[in-house]
Design a protein around this ligand. Structure first.
Ligand SMILES: [Zn+2]
Length: 292
């Protein structure tokens, strides 16, 4: 069982293409987590519709755990930083996540796992989350960004994809319930592989991406972070000239410049603070230096 969703995967694909990385690696990356699991006991606040269509919020957590187990079993592709060896790095990042999760707009604060892991890969500008709140952040993204607020913005975006259950919806639309149900019931590896092989073309809809951007502003508006932090990633892509020609697979997504505009417009409408956070413990530069 297992279902995953990609997120910044679409952006990663874009960057890979721009950098000329090979397709096999892209497929391998994007395929990984996308397994789907099910259960269906209806626990976790599932509605009748959700029970009939197969995935409740409690199922999301189960799916996320399956994906997390798979990721942990593949350290070659997902070199997770040790939580004991890099305790100070995790303390910094978990404090950021927990601050964001304090927002009243988080629906599944108690039910979801909200487990965060750092993947040691400086060449990858990405972060992603599974259903049920397992979140992964690459060292490449952390080092690419310049302020804690920027990373908090991306994290808010990822939290929104999990909390708004975009991943579950995307998996159902892309693969259909019969295939997912088969995996959920039996966990056949060939079916899991079928899903994994199809993942390169799986991405969130324009609506889901825009909604995740908006929720990032809303969550951060309840925190001490600049509420438009999510715009920084896209702005930096623009500044460095990496967003000039959008490839076809991103054509259904808001372009980076539109996303910067939309995020900033949402921040202005909400009247939330766009001032950088005053860090009292480890600074963002110190956090980056704490990583390998
Ligand atoms: Zn996204």
């Amino acid at each position: 069982m297992a279902l995953i969703f990609l997120d910044f995967c679409s952006i990663y694909l874009f960057l890979c293409v721009m950098k000329g990385l090979n397709l096999k690696r892209i497929v391998a990356f994007c395929g990984v987590g996308l397994l789907l699991s099910c259960g269906g006991d209806g626990e976790g606040g599932g509605t009748l519709f959700e029970n009939l269509t197969g995935l409740t919020p409690a199922n999301d957590v189960e799916l996320g755990k399956q994906v997390d187990d798979q990721i942990l079993s593949d350290p070659e592709q997902f070199p997770i930083l040790s939580k004991t060896e890099y305790a100070s790095s995790y303390t910094y990042l978990n404090a950021m996540m927990n601050d964001i999760l304090e927002s009243d707009d988080i629906v599944y604060r108690e039910l979801f796992a909200w487990d965060l892991k750092i993947i040691e890969d400086d060449a990858t500008l990405n972060a992603f989350a599974t259903p049920g709140g397992y979140i992964y952040v690459y060292t490449g993204l952390i080092k690419f960004l310049e302020n804690a607020d920027d990373l908090a913005g991306v994290m808010g975006h990822e939290i929104a994809h999990a909390d708004q259950r975009h991943s579950s919806d995307q998996m159902k639309q892309r693969f259909g319930l019969s295939l997912l149900s088969g995996i959920l019931l039996g966990g056949q590896s060939d079916q899991v592989a079928q899903i994994a092989n199809g993942l390169a073309s799986l991405s969130f809809s324009r609506g889901d991406e825009s909604e995740a951007d908006e929720f990032s502003v809303i969550y951060l508006g309840d925190s001490d972070y600049a509420c438009n932090g999510a715009a920084a990633f896209f702005q930096k892509l623009l500044d460095e000239g990496q967003a000039g020609s959008t490839p076809a697979f991103l054509s259904t997504h808001p372009s980076p410049d539109n996303r910067v505009e939309d995020i900033n417009a949402k921040a202005e409408t909400d009247g939330c603070s766009t001032e950088f956070i005053l860090e009292t413990g480890m600074t963002y530069e110190e956090f980056k230096a704490s990583l390998p």
